[in-house]
Design a binder for this molecule. Sequence first.
Ligand SMILES: O=C(O)[C@@H](CO)OP(=O)(O)O
Ligand SMILES: [Mn+2]
Ligand SMILES: [Mn+2]
Length: 559
Amino acid sequence: MASSGFSWTLPDHPKLPKGKTVAVVVLDGWGEANADKYNCIHVAQTPVMDSLKNGAPERWRLVKAHGTAVGLPSDDDMGNSEVGHNALGAGRIYAQGAKLVDLALASGKIYDGEGFNYIKECFDKGTLHLIGLLSDGGVHSRLDQVQLLLKGASERGAKRIRVHILTDGRDVLDGSSVGFVETLENDLSQLREKGIDAQIASGGGRMYVTMDRYENDWDVVKRGWDAQVLGEAPYKFKNAIEAVKTLRAETKTNDQYLPPFVIVDESGKSVGPVVDGDAVVTFNFRADRMVMLAKALEYADFDKFDRVRVPKIRYAGMLQYDGELKLPSRYLVSPPEIERTSGEYLVKNGVRTFACSETVKFGHVTFFWNGNRSGYFDETKEEYVEIPSDSGITFNVKPNMKALEIAEKARDAILSGKFDQVRVNLPNGDMVGHTGDIEATVVACKAADEAVKIILDAIEQVGGIYLVTADHGNAEDMVKRNKSGQPLLDKNGAIQILTSHTLQPVPVAIGGPGLHPGVRFRSDIQAPGLANVAATVMNFHGYEAPADYETTLIEVVDN
Ligand SMILES: O=C(O)[C@@H](CO)OP(=O)(O)O
Ligand SMILES: [Mn+2]
Ligand SMILES: [Mn+2]
């Protein structure tokens, strides 16, 4: 910060000492909900997390993890990892990508910016390609934003538009892809009536095509590249509605895993490969699952897969996805400027930090935690360990994932005495919850609970402090419900499995032998959320949080 008088030095906490080892455990997708058979956390044996609950109200409480409490447009928006970890790490609530794009579209500012003017240069002679997740989930993208962008771009000169869709089924119900494609087709046909050559050109399921993250499996991105850029895919259809319906029925895959397809014309030729002189926009606002494609589209030097043909294009992201890498260099909307995160403050005050997860969540406790910034603040004081995730499987097949390995790494880091903060993300509840497999999710919750035990035992041994929390709900509710909370049935009388996150609050549990006996949760904070955690953790390290941070959850009473 340039303002005069700014200092990275944190004030000492008046009562809490420095030098304690603090474990910060984030259970991904672990919310609090009524106990019934669709609450996998309740069904699973989770003795450790259950015992922490006994600390309520002084050492266990709930905080908000969705909606405006984490910077999303409304309280109807479920939480997600990006906004959750941003809030946990930054200690403040930032208007997040979803909201910033809404504002830019509503004001029309999106069309005045550098990014739009850059791609607009291609409208005369080239094609505008839009690539992204097609749903109203609001986690990575939103269909209504795509609709507005299509309208806005066509009004501003785009004459030929191709949309490359990724079907969802993870943030929305499985099978809902058909309806989203119908809505989009309807808009495109209206554009065609106005003389604009607008079509869907390719597609595929988000988890199988394009939207990998943290470089877990480049084949996913390659499958997308082949369909979107080269116009090649194992399946060819005349239209996208038929494509999605047929592939769901015939390949027995769900929306998340649809194989890649291209739309072809009468002569069997793909209708929309990306060629020299075209413009490309990736319309997801969320970063993690667009970074890999952004690299493939933007980098001249690229060796992750054979791109075969690298068209000379003008590319812009909906947002800039990585502030440190400045990737992509052109974007339509500026991302939230998340600065002065707790990680940076603590490192600058000498707190040695260890962070660990497996690949699929590794960036959550590093990149998202640090305000969408990759890399270390100070290599001499930080160590980030990534445990390779299994790739090419759905995680209901191996619901234990790498929970044990993550916990053992954390345990070793705690016992080594080399670190003051040991931070992990345990992915199980979330990653397995997204598969919609209830039995496997129960196993996943148990595995996460066992991992927590290993970490808390290590904290016990070194006389440290723990804070266990979650980034949003998922595994605690696996069924779509009506307004009064009853499971919704489809026309065949079957329950509708909920693969998405939820609106539920998440627990925060604190304790450990190093925690001052007078520490307890305050009862005077109105509806605290994840952003209140950062100041709390700073307190455990013996510091007070900066004045503009959301307030700490704790107080220290003299006993
Ligand atoms: O898998 C993901 O990309 C999202 C859901 O869309 O989950 P999370 O926010 O937990 O990473
Ligand atoms: Mn998450
Ligand atoms: Mn998730």
